[in-house]
Structures are given as structure tokens and as C-alpha cells.
Design a protein around this ligand. Structure first.
Ligand code: AP5
Length: 215
């Protein structure tokens, strides 16, 4: 299964990608996670990316296109992959088409998760992530058994730097201007399935599985 999860910040791309990797045994490729790891390690790419990310803007296309091109050539992507947070511009989508053509692969599906803007702000301000294993939670919609602690590894739950309300609103603006055109891009390519992302996490998962089962 070669899949893109498309949707605004907080739509549930990461939440669903983690469940789908277990179901299909294919890797989740999250450009956001890769960039955050580079920022944490202080690599030259991370230093360059940090300013854009903290401001809620997009990291330049050439940086993320290079990351994904390299990642897709690794052996664990042989049987498929889930792209989460990439592509985010038409230029990135065009670059992905070239990379896949070079690798003799085709996309199977693009799932667009649709969520009301105000719900996105509530989801992102309440999101918490385990510092150690990266598992995601929400203080209201998907709370941990013990406040502040990861259910899986007992690690500390932290809030992302870009999950402050002002930065979230900037990220949503950037999504509308630069990423939303990809909905029409993939619809015209006959690949798009839109799913109502306002429903419960498990209901969304089942709807995605139903779409993918029909591919
Ligand atoms: P990235 O990490 O990709 O962030 P994003 O796209 O803004 O998406 P999020 O991770 O915020 O949301 P999500 O859809 O994964 O939601 P989640 O499942 O966590 O990018 C961060 C930054 O990196 C960008 O701003 C940019 O600077 C840079 N970047 C990354 N990729 C780039 C690219 N390709 N080009 C250029 N720059 C790039 O869910 C959110 C919360 O809601 C969670 O708490 C979850 O528990 C809860 N939730 C999920 N589903 C539901 C549901 N159905 N009902 C109720 N709650 C739910």
C-alpha cells in the first residue's frame, strides 16, 4: 500500500498513520517527525528548519523533497509506505511524482481528512506527545491513564513548540494557501478519497480501512 494522508494540522494524520503502519506493516514517513528529530540533534538541516517551524511556516521544498527521496529508497519502503505531512505544496507533489516514476512505483490512494478549523485548534492545543516513544495523546479526546505519563512506556508527555494558539493559526493559514490546492490536484488524478475526520478516532480508522480495502 502506497498512501498519502493529506489534511490540515491536527486533522489526525499522525494518529491514523500510526494505526495503519501496524495494520499494513509499512513505515510511516512523517516529514514533521524527521525535521523535529533533526532540530533536536542540532544537525545543519535541523538548524535551518527550526526557524520556519517555530514560525508556523513551511521548510523550503528542496529540503523536504530531498529527505523524502532518500527515505523512499530505503528497503523498508519496498512493500509500501504512508506519507504523513508530505507533499505540502504543488512543487512537492510534482517532485514526488518524479521520484516514484524513477523508482517504478505508483500511489494507491490519497486520503484527505476533513475537520472544522475550530476543532483543529482545540485538538492541537490539547495534544501531548511522549518524549521517549513519540506516542500521541489528547488531554480530552484520547487521555493517558495517568495525567502527564505515557501509557506505553511511562515517559513524560510534552507539548510541541508549535502547538501554541498563535502558531497554530499561522499553520492553518499556510495550509489553506499552500497545501489545500493538493486536494484538487489529487482529485483530478483520480486518487483522492475524502473522509470526515470529525468522527471518533476508531470510526475514522475504519472508514480509511474500508477505502483502502476497495483499492
Ligand atoms: P507536521 O509535524 O507534519 O505537523 P502538521 O501537518 O501541522 O500536522 P500535525 O502533526 O500537527 O497534525 P496531525 O494531522 O498529524 O494530527 P494528530 O494525529 O497529531 O509539521 C510540523 C512542521 O514541520 C510544519 O509546520 C512545517 O514547518 C514542517 N514541515 C513538515 N512537513 C513539511 C513539508 N512537507 N514541507 C515543508 N515543511 C514541512 O492529531 C492531533 C490531536 O488531535 C492529537 O492530540 C490526537 O490525539 C487528536 N485527534 C486525532 N484524531 C482525532 C479525532 N478523530 N477526534 C478527536 N481527536 C483527535
Amino acid at each position: 500500500m502506497k498512501l498519502i494522508l493529506l489534511g490540515p494540522p491536527g486533522a489526525g494524520k499522525g494518529t491514523q498513520a500510526k494505526m495503519l503502519t501496524e495494520r499494513y506493516r509499512i513505515p510511516q514517513i512523517s516529514t514533521g517527525d524527521i525535521l523535529r528529530a533533526a532540530v533536536k540533534e542540532g544537525t545543519p538541516m535541523g538548524v535551518k528548519a527550526k526557524g520556519y517551524m517555530d514560525a508556523g511556516g513551511l521548510v523550503p521544498d528542496e529540503v523536504v523533497v530531498g529527505i523524502v527521496r532518500e527515505r523512499l529508497q530505503q528497503s523498508d519502503c519496498q512493500n509500501g509506505f504512508i506519507l504523513d505531512g508530505f507533499p505540502r505544496t504543488v512543487a512537492q507533489a510534482d517532485a514526488l511524482n518524479s521520484t516514484l516514476a524513477d523508482l517504478d512505483k505508483n500511489l494507491d490512494a490519497v486520503i484527505s481528512l476533513e475537520v472544522d478549523p475550530e476543532a483543529l485548534v482545540e485538538r492541537l492545543t490539547g495534544r501531548r506527545t511522549c518524549r521517549d516513544c513519540g506516542r500521541g495523546f489528547h488531554v480530552t479526546f484520547d487521555p493517558p491513564a495517568v495525567a502527564g505519563k505515557c501509557d506505553a512506556c511511562q515517559g513524560e508527555l510534552i507539548q510541541r513548540d508549535d502547538d501554541k494558539e498563535e502558531t497554530i493559526r499561522k499553520r492553518l493559514e499556510v495550509y489553506r494557501a499552500q497545501t489545500e490546492p493538493l486536494v484538487a490536484y489529487y482529485r483530478s488524478a483520480g486518487l483522492l478519497s475524502a473522509i470526515d475526520g470529525m468522527q471518533d478516532i476508531q470510526v475514522v480508522k475504519n472508514k480509511i480501512l474500508a477505502v483502502l480495502a476497495a483499492k
